[in-house]
Design a protein around this ligand. Structure first.
Ligand code: HEM
Length: 461
């Protein structure tokens, strides 16, 4: 979620901090303030946007603004003036503009995840934390985690799917992604201590985009309390992992926390402080929990709605299942065979001035829905990604790009492929709930996607 939510929510506001490169020129007298209107003072277009979000029409709302004012326009949201941009050039501007633009998270997120979380960091601190996370999240390290991921998926199916005729997919996928993160990233053993924290983390995540009013019974207040409980648990975990590491410094670093604790600077000091480790563990949970569970839930929905594609994916998955002996685990090579799855200064952009201190309202998903780049963009058609070379640069950007590209991309890929492999080879399903979806603020299927399931006869594979 997070940026993750916002990306899926269609927009990413970025606060302009300073300009120091020649690429994005400082304002010149020939450049103009973009067209559009700032609306009423303070309110601007906020109410219209909130209404569109509630009615699940935010995409139409953003498209209408683009149609009326063109690729660059101004507006005002929540008391802040903004420049709205979209399209591949805008994506490139955002991805390569790290020196002239700075991500600025909402206050609620900063308080809930902690001020040292990666989303708040810039420059050398961002690089240090990001490189540390990547030591564990890079493909070569994750290759060794496929077995553990698979164990979690098999166990989840045994407990929550086997013997049931009907399941609600979204809450189950949230539980699964929580367990996968706890196991692989936190190294937290299964059982009561882990289960107790599902609720803390979920409440924490729910308030990340809440109004920051800290009064009893507000969503923000509940979220802060969830974050504090999660922080206490992580503190104890860091303590225990450090003791394990001291006992056997050469043992393989099997989880992200141990991996972060073992990283040293040139003078032999721990590279990330305990506080940084805890804040970033919370950030990783917030980033990886809802995003992956919503992705897998939507895949199940899309596959139900597209029988032809379902058949092709199933054939591929059955072939992989057939090639494995009973009880044999999936490998990196198996996953590779699953092809079918899937301003402190004024700056000038496209002839317009983005004045110092304004925010950039970036609609990444407008590019994904652009018919001239992706014909019939709403159609579920994984084959459109087969010829990667034909996709123009900066056009397919679900995981962002540039120095802040999602570090959890490979983790998500493995989690999704392993889960979908097991669900497809073990069950057939049909939709029982409405086929629509709402935004909360992440897009989620109405009623959590209720499906009827029938076990497949795996002997016949
Ligand atoms: C469907 C799944 C996911 C999607 C669509 C997604 C999307 C994104 C996007 C678009 C960004 C970049 C935001 C920006 O440009 O500022 C991002 C950043 C990030 N993601 Fe993901 N993500 C997903 C899963 C995950 C997972 C599973 C993890 C953790 C294991 C994760 C961890 C992060 C972190 C820590 C950042 C911040 C990176 C930084 O600021 O340098 N994400 N994600």
């Amino acid at each position: 979620m997070g940026l993750f939510v916002i990306v899926l929510l269609v927009v990413i506001p970025v606060l302009l901090l300073f300009i120091s490169s020649d690429r994005w020129k400082r304002g010149t007298s020939s450049a103009r303030i973009p067209p559009g209107s700032l609306g009423l003072p303070v309110i601007g277009q906020s109410i219209a946007l909130l209404r569109a979000l509630k009615a699940n029409k935010v995409e139409e709302w953003v498209r209408e603004r683009a149609r009326r004012y063109g690729p660059v326009s101004k507006m005002s949201l929540f008391g802040k003036p903004m420049v709205f941009i979209h399209g591949p050039a805008a994506n490139k501007f955002v991805f390569t503009g790290e020196r002239v633009l700075s991500n600025k998270q909402v206050q609620s997120m900063r308080r809930i995840l902690g001020e040292h979380n990666i989303l708040e960091l810039r420059g050398a601190d961002h690089k240090r934390v990001r490189e540390s996370l990547m030591t564990f999240l890079r493909p070569e390290s994750l290759k060794h985690c496929i077995g553990k991921m698979e164990e979690e998926v098999r166990r989840h199916i045994e407990l929550e799917w086997d013997g049931h005729k009907k399941v609600t997919v979204l809450p189950l996928m949230k539980k699964l992604s929580f367990n996968i993160i706890c196991d692989l990233l936190f190294g937290l053993e299964r059982g009561a201590p882990r289960d107790d924290h599902l609720e803390s983390f979920q409440t924490m995540i729910e308030g990340i985009y809440s109004i920051p009013v800290n009064l009893p019974f507000t969503r923000y207040n509940r979220s802060l309390r969830g974050s504090a409980r999660a922080g206490e648990m992580l503190k104890r975990l860091v303590h225990n992992k450090r003791r394990e590491l001291e006992k056997d410094p050469s043992a393989p670093k099997r989880d992200l926390i141990t991996c972060l604790l073992s990283k040293r600077d040139d003078s032999g000091e721990q590279l990330l402080t305990d506080e940084e480790i805890i804040h970033n563990a919370r950030a990783v949970m917030a980033a990886g929990h809802d995003s992956s569970s919503v992705l897998i839930t939507f895949m199940i929905r899309q596959l139900s709605n597209s029988p032809d594609i379902y058949e092709r994916v199933l054939k591929e998955q059955d072939e992989i299942a057939k090639s494995k002996g009973s009880g044999q685990l999936l490998t990196w090579e198996d996953l590779s065979r699953m092809k079918y799855m899937l301003a402190l200064e004024d700056i000038e952009y496209d002839g317009y001035i983005i004045p110092k201190g304004w925010q950039v309202f970036w609609a990444a998903n407008m590019t994904h829905m652009n018919e001239s780049i992706f014909p019939e963009p709403s159609k579920f058609d994984p084959s459109r990604f087969e010829a990667q070379a034909s996709i123009p640069p900066c056009s397919f950007i679900p995981f962002g790009g540039g120095p802040r590209i999602c570090p959890g991309m490979e983790f998500t890929r493995i989690e999704t492929l392993v889960t979908v492999h097991y669900l497809m080879t073990r069950f057939t399903w049909k939709l029982l709930s409405e086929n629509s979806f709402i935004r909360d603020p992440m897009p989620v299927p109405s009623q959590g996607l209720v499906i009827g399931i029938t076990p497949r006869d795996i002997q016949l594979l």
